[in-house]
Design a protein around this ligand. Structure first.
Ligand code: NDP
Length: 465
């Protein structure tokens, strides 16, 4: 590890530029400044492990405290969200928007509604988003927002009232050239519609302030599919680099939401066989393969009927349901974690490797814990971190912003080609910075360095701000 100049490790002491510290001291400072924020510390550590090596001979990044500055959000807005449930009870939730870094474009990143949302979770997501957005090659900074609101079991009217209340505060912090949120866990087209309607009502403006909009009111074709499709394009790129493809390969996928179902769809289209899907109650295993018809049934179950994944086995009796478990014990050629953070732990990574899994492409954000990342790297399997492999969603969001600014709508085949080109570009960036000699590519390192360099160089141009 190379030297590094801390700014203030404990929040009080300014340290002279010449007092460079090593990676461990830097991380101690991060932990001290962010107590009780394990997800954020984990994300910073995963990136910093690679960046310290890269910075070793680059004095300008040290002296300008670039990594230290990226790991401190530009601002965090936290606010109360009051709403009334169907029984007339007043409910109080907390909302946040973390604006991490806008060096290369307006803040951009999703909104998550889930009871597990905390400031730490949103800080990690906004930090990751900063590098991911840079990797797309589009002018977007990094942000993330959300609430600990649980949409499960709520009526449509309750969700509408919550979204309106959330936007009644958020609207003053966002804008088409300031910060452009999108969907994430618990926030799909319906919720984006409610929030966009409220933004429009308050401001009397019709601008591209949110992405993931409906096609009739400024949305982009293939935005819904883009994250899952992109994760599979990236996987196909990694395999192609090894002279392989997806035909006949078995895939284990977690989640059954937007990313998981579209990843499954693209695997099937490219000739692979999908064996599993999951939700927070457990996973289903269908040894016959989850076909397009079955995927459509799952989409309807989750998006329209708002059901649970165990209902799959009633519909398709050849499948089995395992309660309370993740699917990583099912033998497969490729794995795509597409549910949530830290859903694939060290022991799961060991099992996948032992079972002969040759490639992992993350659809979710930070689904693999640090131990798992180290196991995949040590085994030298093809392993794509989410910031590279799931960037297709935000990339098409960036294209939605361009279409809104230009008051135009591109055709589906044009957008499909742009998405493919962007995923190819990210893969090439990973090759450029992640080649390790021999034919091993460290995709984590490649993505971290390529994303960091772009943001860091912009920050250098701006001086100390
Ligand atoms: P959805 O809300 O559509 O689906 C989420 C899925 O993950 C559901 O099956 C859900 O199960 C499951 N899940 C959520 N939380 C947990 C948990 N704590 N434990 C187990 N399972 C859980 O979200 P998306 O598909 O949009 O997002 C999935 C992941 O992809 C997230 O990490 C998100 O940040 C990431 N991502 C999404 C993008 C997008 O464009 N949507 C873009 C880039 C990344 P249940 O129904 O039981 O809650």
């Amino acid at each position: 590890m190379g030297p590094y100049a801390p700014c203030q490790t404990g929040g009080e002491t300014a340290v002279a530029v010449s007092d460079h510290v090593d990676f461990n001291t830097f991380m101690e400072g991060v932990k001290k400044r962010n107590p009780n924020q394990p997800e954020f510390v984990q994300a910073v550590q995963e990136v910093s492990e690679d960046i310290f090596d890269f910075m070793e001979d680059k004095e300008q990044y040290h002296s300008q405290q670039i990594l230290r500055r990226i790991a401190e959000p530009d601002r965090i807005v936290s606010f109360r969200v009051c709403w009334e449930d169907d029984k007339g009870n007043i409910r109080v939730q907390r909302g946040w928007r973390v604006q991490n870094n806008n060096s290369i474009g307006p803040y951009k990143g999703g909104i998550r509604f889930h009871p597990s949302v905390t400031e730490s979770v949103l800080k990690f997501l906004a930090f990751e988003q900063t590098f991911k957005n840079a990797l797309t090659g589009l002018p977007m900074g990094g942000g993330k927002g959300g609430s600990n609101f649980n949409p499960k079991g709520k009526s449509v009217r309750e969700i509408m009232r919550f979204c309106q209340s959330f936007m009644t505060e958020l609207y003053r912090h966002i804008g088409a050239d300031i910060d452009v949120p999108a969907g994430d866990i618990g926030v799909g087209g319906r919720e984006i519609g409610f929030m966009f309607g409220q933004y429009k009502r308050i401001t009397n403006e019709f601008t591209g302030v949110l992405t993931g909009k409906g096609l009739e009111w400024g949305g982009s074709l293939i935005r819904t599919e883009a994250t899952g499709y992109g994760a599979v394009y990236f996987l196909a790129n990694m395999l192609a680099h090894k002279g392989q493809d997806l035909v006949g390969k078995t895939a284990v996928i977690s989640g059954s939401g937007n990313v998981a179902t579209h990843a499954a769809e693209k695997i099937v289209q490219l000739g692979g066989k999908v064996l599993t899907l999951s939700d927070s109650s457990g996973f289903i295993h269908d040894p016959d393969g989850i076909t397009q018809e079955k995927i459509n049934w799952v989409k309807d179950l989750k998006n329209v009927r708002r059901g649970r994944i165990d209902e799959y086995v009633t519909q398709y009796p050849g499948a089995s349901f395992t309660a309370g478990k993740t699917p990583w014990g099912v033998k497969c050629d490729v794995a795509l974690p597409c549910a949530t953070q830290n859903e694939l732990l060290g022991e799961d990574a060991r099992t996948l490797v032992a079972n002969g899994c040759m490639a992992v492409s993350e659809g979710a954000n930070m689904p693999t814990d640090l131990e798992g990342v180290h196991i995949f790297k040590a085994a030298k399997i093809l392993y794509a971190p989410g910031k590279a492999s799931n960037a297709g969603g935000v990339a098409v969001s960036g294209l939605e912003m361009s279409q809104n600014s230009g008051r135009r709508a591109w055709k589906e085949d044009e957008l499909q080609q742009m998405l493919k080109d962007i995923m190819d570009g990210i893969h090439n960036s990973c090759l450029e910075y992640g080649a390790q000699g021999g034919d091993y590519i460290d995709y984590v390192k490649g993505a971290n360095i390529a994303g960091f360099k772009k943001v860091a160089d912009a920050m250098l141009a701006f001086g100390v701000v």
